[in-house]
Design a protein around this ligand. Structure first.
Ligand code: NAD
Length: 734
């Protein structure tokens, strides 16, 4: 066997070591699955073997689960249309059932089998251990045990939906199945997912001891007197769980995620039949989920593309790795303070500059607060916390910039202030250093005019709150050179964020597309829709919040200021919209700036949830206060397609060039409905021709903001998708 080693000891216990050659981590490939079947056969037929222990030969973990790259592109026809005809479906079922069959063969081999889990076990990696009769896990809080499939739109299809609820009950299993929540060894022991926690170097011994002394070769669910903890769906208490679970699921997902729904169905139906039939039910739901466009988009964007961008796939080749050791952050306000914190966490020496020592100290205070919290929660030791904070040097003196490999400018959003600090910092910088601006709206090429080295000037756009948001948008000015791009990507990867690279444009990529969501919310308001309808349907699209709520979050005065500036810059080309007066009256007349001053579309009482502002009805009279299903669909389409068509325009204008970056950037940057896989996957999933047709109809009804760009018409004529046209191999497609 290529991926496993079997050593039988003097007691007849086979130690099966999982160790895929040439890989740092074990995954379940077709070859591995085939060998697991062979192992089961050996265990069953070899009379010298009395029992077995499965462990991993890798120091990195036990097993990371199915190879999603192979799964998406493999025989299962991942995503898109189902395989042709009944024969195709049968073949897909057999391929999908292979893991279940192999694991079940281990479980029913007639000899006791224990898992010695000496590292992370995810997805299929955890499911194989659930098919063992006993589980020992190493006593290491860094070990994660999880079934994360639902996070990428999939269903745990190697027995997870059947074994976990039978082991710990439906209620306890739900968050692990539906949300992909992970557990540490202590939690797994408390939940009875594992039987024993042992010191790392003794897991194999402990597993062998069980096999030798107590080894029971029959799984709980194969015993005659087996009862599902908490009761199955056919009991009074068990059925309650499903009634409540369904309602909660609907509330959280609005029916956007087939994976969660199918997991519920697989559990509900599977728990009512004998175990072997249950596994077949699971495989059917697994395939149904895998073939949905949602799974295709989510696997590609939230797993494959995220992983590729996380390795710097957009980095220009040929530039040596740039190890960023010291970085100066100009401006210790909300953004600067957050940037200083993430840098220190990544071990980067950080000079944090503001106009006064006091202001700089205040900025460091933000990191102090976060570190203190982490120490009090036991996530950091006090010493480590001290060491992290010692890396941040607050100061008002630009002389300290000297020796910095990179600068991040995060002072006020004002061209003159930015120009002044650019000059002060550059006076201290070596030729090789990068100057990055965290501006959210000002074009980089214009800001670079203040620089004496515009080729090393770039936009490094963070999102708020910096410590939570995973994306950084890198923006190229006209003169930015390749080395600066590469160095900036190296910096972003070092602080453990995902970079996307875009060209200069008003609002760049993320703010520009996100802005259309907020604006369409305003259009709906001006059309007379009741605000509650707008935000409720907005949330039901899968966006994190409705457009009015999000508008309050980003600040109404800011959006008003940006609109004023855009109007000034665009002159005749600026299209005045009916909603402009609503915002103007709210900001200028009513002093309603949004969440930040507790007054926006909503009021934010100190002790209680926000409530819609009553006065809004005077500025935007309600004409439509109820909508039917078709009406909801219309609003939903307007909110999602408006953003998607803007993303398409960004491609046409060359603002963004890589569909992976467009999709990952959208979900990580502004929370674009994750079930779609991103705006580009949404268009590809609908079909470009169909999308163009829908946008033409919307444009007729609502105006040119929906008009599809020529690029989309060309693509429709040629039958192209974004992923096929823009040169990135469609990895998750058949
Ligand atoms: P902020 O007002 O909280 O902080 C700006 C800081 O810059 C203040 O502490 C100020 O004292 C300091 N400053 C001003 N002039 C200075 C000078 N000459 N030298 C040193 N320090 C000086 O603003 P913020 O929200 O942190 O935004 C900073 C930048 O980041 C802006 O360009 C903004 O557009 C951008 N940005 C903001 C967000 C956001 O969500 N707030 C997101 C992305 C980017």
């Amino acid at each position: 066997m290529e991926n496993f080693k079997i050593d039988v000891d003097g007691d007849g216990i086979a130690l099966i070591t999982f160790d895929v050659p040439g890989r740092t981590m074990n995954t379940l490939t077709a070859a591995v699955i085939k060998e697991i079947g062979e192992i089961a056969e050996t265990l069953k037929s070899d009379a010298n073997i009395k029992g077995a222990v499965i462990t991993s030969g890798k120091t990195t973990g036990f097993c990371a689960g199915a190879d999603l790259g192979e799964l998406g592109g493999g025989a299962l026809g991942g995503g898109g249309g189902a395989p042709a005809g009944e024969e195709g479906l049968k073949a897909a079922f057999e391929a999908g059932f292979a893991l279940n069959k192999a694991f079940r063969a281990i479980e029913t081999c007639g000899k006791p089998v224990a898992a010695a889990i000496n590292g992370l076990a995810m997805g299929g990696g955890l499911e194989i251990t659930l098919a063992c009769h006993y589980r020992v896990v190493a006593d290491n809080p860094k070990i994660q045990l999880a079934l994360p499939e639902a996070k990428v739109g999939l269903l745990p299809g190697a027995g997870g939906t059947q074994r976990l609820p039978r082991l710990i009950g439906v209620m306890a299993a739900a968050p692990y199945l539906l949300e992909g929540k992970s557990m540490k060894p202590a939690e797994a022991l408390a939940l009875k997912v594992v039987h024993e926690v042992a010191p790392a170097d003794q897991v194999v011994e402990a597993a062998k001891t069980w096999v030798k002394t107590k080894g029971d070769p029959v799984a709980l669910w194969d015993k005659k007197d087996f009862k599902i903890p908490g009761g199955g769906p056919y009991t009074a208490s068990g059925s309650q769980v499903f009634v409540m679970g369904n309602a909660m699921l609907r509330k959280q997902t609005y029916g956007n995620y087939p994976a969660q729904l199918n997991i519920m169905k697989a559990v509900y139906e599977g728990l009512q039949v004998p175990f072997d039939a249950a596994l077949r039910i699971e495989t059917r739901y697994f395939l149904k989920t895998l073939m949905s466009p949602q799974a295709k988009g989510m696997i590609r964007t939230l797993f494959l593309s995220l992983q590729e961008l996380g390795k710097g796939s957009g980095r220009p080749a040929g530039v040596p790795h740039y190890d960023v050791k010291k970085v100066s952050v100009l401006g210790a306000g909300m953004m600067g303070a957050g940037i200083a914190y993430v840098q220190a966490m990544a071990g980067i020496e950080t000079v944090l500059i503001d106009q006064s020592q006091e202001a700089a100290d205040k900025g460091k205070g933000y990191a102090e607060g976060l570190v203190k919290k982490a120490v009090s929660r036991g996530k950091l030791t006090a010493e480590k916390g001290e060491a992290i904070l010692a890396l941040i040097h607050p100061t008002a003196d630009y002389a300290n910039v000297k020796g910095s490999d990179l600068v991040v400018e995060a002072v006020f959003e004002n061209r003159d202030v930015k120009a002044a600090v650019t000059k002060l910092a550059e006076a201290q910088l070596a030729d090789t250093a990068v100057f990055g601006s965290n501006t959210s709206t000002l074009p980089i090429t214009g800001l670079a005019e203040a620089s004496i080295r515009p080729e090393s000037f770039i936009g490094i756009h963070f999102f708020s709150p910096v410590d939570k948001m995973g994306l950084v948008e890198i923006i190229l000015g006209d003169k930015t050179d390749q080395a600066t791009i590469a160095k900036s990507i190296d910096y972003v990867l070092k602080i453990k964020k995902t970079p996307i690279v875009v060209n200069d444009s008003r609002g760049f990529y993320t703010s520009r597309c996100f802005g259309t969501f907020v604006q369409e919310g305003m259009e709906l308001l001006a059309d007379g829709y009741a605000p509650a309808i707008i935000d409720n349907v907005g949330r039901a699209t899968g966006m994190p919040r409705g457009p009015l709520e999000m508008h309050d979050d980003v600040a109404l005065d800011l959006s008003y200021k940006i609109a004023q500036q855009t109007k000034k810059d665009l002159g005749d080309k600026y299209e005045e919209r009916p909603f402009t007066t609503i915002i103007e009256k709210m900001v200028e007349g009513e002093g309603r700036y949004g969440r930040k001053n507790g007054k926006g579309f909503y009021d934010y009482p100190e002790n209680g949830p926000k409530v819609l502002w009553k006065g809004l009805a005077d500025l935007a009279p309600v004409k439509i206060d109820s909508v039917d299903k078709a009406g909801i669909e219309e609003i939903r389409t307007r909110l999602l397609y408006r953003q998607a068509v803007e993303a398409a325009r960004c491609f046409e204008e060359g603002v963004i060039t890589d569909p992976r970056e467009a999709d990952v950037g959208a979900i990580l940057g502004w929370g674009f409905a994750p079930w779609t896989g991103g705006p580009v996957s949404l268009i590809d999933g609908i079909g470009v021709a169909k999308f163009v047709e829908a946008c033409d109809a919307l444009a007729q009804k609502y105006g040119s903001r929906f008009a599809p760009p020529q690029l989309l018409r060309d693509m429709a004529a040629k039958g192209e998708t974004f992923y096929s046209r823009f040169g990135v191999k469609e990895k998750a497609a058949a």
